[in-house]
Design a protein around this ligand. Structure first.
Ligand code: 5SP
Length: 217
């Protein structure tokens, strides 16, 4: 199934609750929550208190993307705050396998993310253990960037790798995705589309519906 995961990094934080309700009512299946620590990426966003405070507003999947160093230190807090899926960066974990196990021990879904320049071989051995692979289509840290074209080939290569190994991970893509380039990523094999600016600029409900029309073919 193809799903939309709007990134609330691009939301109006003064009206966050209302904007999350708009996503929910329009049918977005996931809420993408970007956590940044100012170390792994050159920006700082928000963390547990914000996630906890919006958890009661929707039953949609909370898709928590940790752009933080050594995320294993905080898995329990993010699970307690209400994450349904926690995605960690392969580049940020000294012990990636142990970190994935720590997420799974909490009974939630585990994802692994790769920066644009990181080869797929970095996740070869953990692929059977994860529920989702997140291919960054921009360098992480900021919303509103332009998609890096070579990442589309990377998605296609990941799709082949998943098929060849008989594994079942979803493929999520994130960064610079809009109504114009979204189909290319789906054709390459992505089935979970993250979009920030393209959802939150203008009329949120209408933007979600336009994405869902594309995702539903
Ligand atoms: O993780 C990130 C950025 O690091 C993304 O989730 C962006 O927040 C997506 O925003 P757009 O590129 O779609 O505006």
């Amino acid at each position: 199934m193809n799903c939309l995961s709007p990134s609330i990094l691009s939301a109006d934080f003064a009206n966050l609750g209302d904007q999350i309700r708009q996503l929910d009512e329009a049918g977005a299946q996931y809420v993408h929550i970007d956590v940044m620590d100012g170390s792994f990426v050159p920006n700082i966003s928000f963390a547990f208190p914000v996630i906890k405070s919006i958890r009661g507003l929707t039953d949609r999947m909370f898709d928590v993307h940790l752009m933080i160093d050594e995320p294993i230190r905080f898995i329990d807090q993010f699970a307690d705050a209400g994450a349904d899926i926690i995605t960690v960066h392969a580049e940020a974990c000294k012990h990636l396998d142990r970190t994935i196990e720590a997420i799974k021990e909490r009974g939630i879904l585990a994802g692994v993310a790769l920066n644009p320049a990181t080869p797929l071989s970095a996740i070869e051995y953990v692929l059977p253990k994860v529920d989702m692979v997140l291919i960054m289509t921009v360098n992480p840290g900021f919303g509103g960037q332009k998609l890096i074209p070579y990442t589309i080939d990377k998605v296609a290569d990941l799709k082949k790798m998943i098929e060849k190994t008989g594994t079942k991970a979803d493929i999520e893509v994130d960064g610079g995705i809009n109504l114009e380039n979204c189909t290319k990523l789906m054709d390459a094999g992505a089935n979970i589309i993250v979009a920030g600016n393209a959802v939150f600029s203008g009329e949120i409900g209408e933007n979600v519906c336009r994405f869902l029309d594309i995702l539903n073919g």
